[in-house]
Design a protein around this ligand. Sequence first.
Ligand SMILES: [Zn+2]
Ligand SMILES: [Zn+2]
Length: 351
Amino acid sequence: MLAAICHGARDLRIEEFDPGELAPDEVLVNVAYGGICGSDLHYFQRGGVGDFSIQEPMVLGHEISGSVAAIGSAVENLEPGMRAALDPSRPCLSCRYCRAGRSNLCVNMRFLGSAARMPHVQGGFAQALILRQDQVIPVPDDTDLLALSVAEPLSVGLHAVKRAGNLQGKRVIVTGSGPIGLLTARSAIQAGAAYVVSTDIEDAALAVAREQIGVDETVNVQSEPDGFARFQDDETQFDVALEASGAPQALHSLFSVLRRGGRIVQLGMMPPGETSLPINMVQTREIELVGAFRAHDEFRSAVEMIVSGKIDVSPILSGTYPLDRAGDAFDLAGDRSKVVKLHLAIAGEPA
Ligand SMILES: [Zn+2]
Ligand SMILES: [Zn+2]
């Protein structure tokens, strides 16, 4: 079985990968499609993400969908041949965070394609892979597996929106319109936000936000440096900000456009190190600053929304490359003027 294995910066190889032995509660899956995420791209471009760098060859990928190939002796409700959504999170289920219903904060998390621990957790850009049974969610036979592979990034948007609290009737700004920012904006609309503004530095991404995601207004914060001037009185300020760009200046800029008592949800990955913030405004305006990291139950919500058609993820699908052209896909994936998200066809559609 083949996989896309990263050996270090700009060293991605398609090589044999042994998925290993199946435990009683595990499932062997064939991966149909895998979406290239910003973190995969960072591993490819720099050999690391945030504070983590690749110390041994690692299969990339965590936005995947596929079908069941074989089941362990204790697995129930799954049969070979079933199409399935594949959750990249494998929390321990027993630490204090897992028991409190916050498994995305699990201290023993094993997340696909992550160099956060040694040995690294091998990722999902592999033709065959072993997951624990709770990571495999069966879907109807006619499910579009390419769209289904967007369940993980959609779940991140849904989780950020949950961290924002009730959005009914609220004015919301989403900074950053990459795949996560776009799916977060879509999730905010779904949650009843009255008016949604998206920002970015790339016009192509903002066009997708307006024309396909359905946000009300966009700001290119690079070509329109005064773009936030129109959101600074009490009527036009925002109740909630969802910071999806991971740019310290984007977070900083939100303090001038947020209403008193407003909430900022930081879901974009910030560069390591410190970011200075106007904490005096947090205090005198009672601004709430909360983090959002990955997702937990929202993965199942995302699967349901994609399967039912409640959320159309096609605006972020920019093209599919066969596994043996993964290098070309990774070269193009970072060009935000041309693509939102690229996918790899890994084992392809199940028979
Ligand atoms: Zn991702
Ligand atoms: Zn845990």
